[in-house]
Design a protein. Sequence first.
Length: 265
Amino acid sequence: MAANFWTSSHCKQWMLSKRELEYSNQRDRQYLSPSELRTLRIYYIRLLQMAGERSALPQRVISTAAVFFHRFYTRMSYQEWDPWLLIATTLTLASKVEEHSMHVAQVDVVIQAIYTIKANFPHKSRDVHRCELQLLHQLDYQLIIFHPWLSLTQMIEDSEFGEGLEVAASLLHDSYQCDVCLRYAPFEIALGCIHVAAVLLGADATLRPWFTSLRVEMNTIGEVSKELLSLYEVWKGWSHGAVDELDRRVLLQRTPSSSSASAAA
């Protein structure tokens, strides 16, 4: 296992530029606008987080599953692989990677949790096991994820901003719904969450000397902060009916052959 983020596959192979992300998912971009794709990404990660929580999985497992989900769909399309199946598969694989649960029944626990969200979830445990092989292949078998959680708690302590921990942690939880985990280093995401928390709590002026002492690129932290705030703008305009319709459009675009591939690969 890589002990250093800067020498890890996370840093060397899975830190993507904004331009690279804009050119990913080309098949889905033929029938979905960039804003619709972004809304769907938020929608599916929210469902993943909900399924993970109902499976009683710890936050680290759910976070790892979210990163796997994002990475998979930089290479594959919603047309080719059912996002609902990937929710079950990423949660199952993340449980193994994070050594939370090694027993075979874990996949059944996850599927039962998804049934409480989508009663007509069509996949069985065998489909998840088959999909896991495709997921591993698309991830290049690079499964080590560096998360911002440890950086967040250390920086909150260093900055003596204890009153901001709850808000910053909530922001970090929500950050997995956007693509910052694909674009920025964990410490940059943690700092972005602290920065937004400070603004929300009226402590930005107090923390400004601390940020300056870090000698980090504040433009980058500002970009992370902007991404987080724009996520909440999408939430404000959220319509469950419209999002469900987008999900149905994805289903209609999935051909019988691609549906078969999702289940049989």
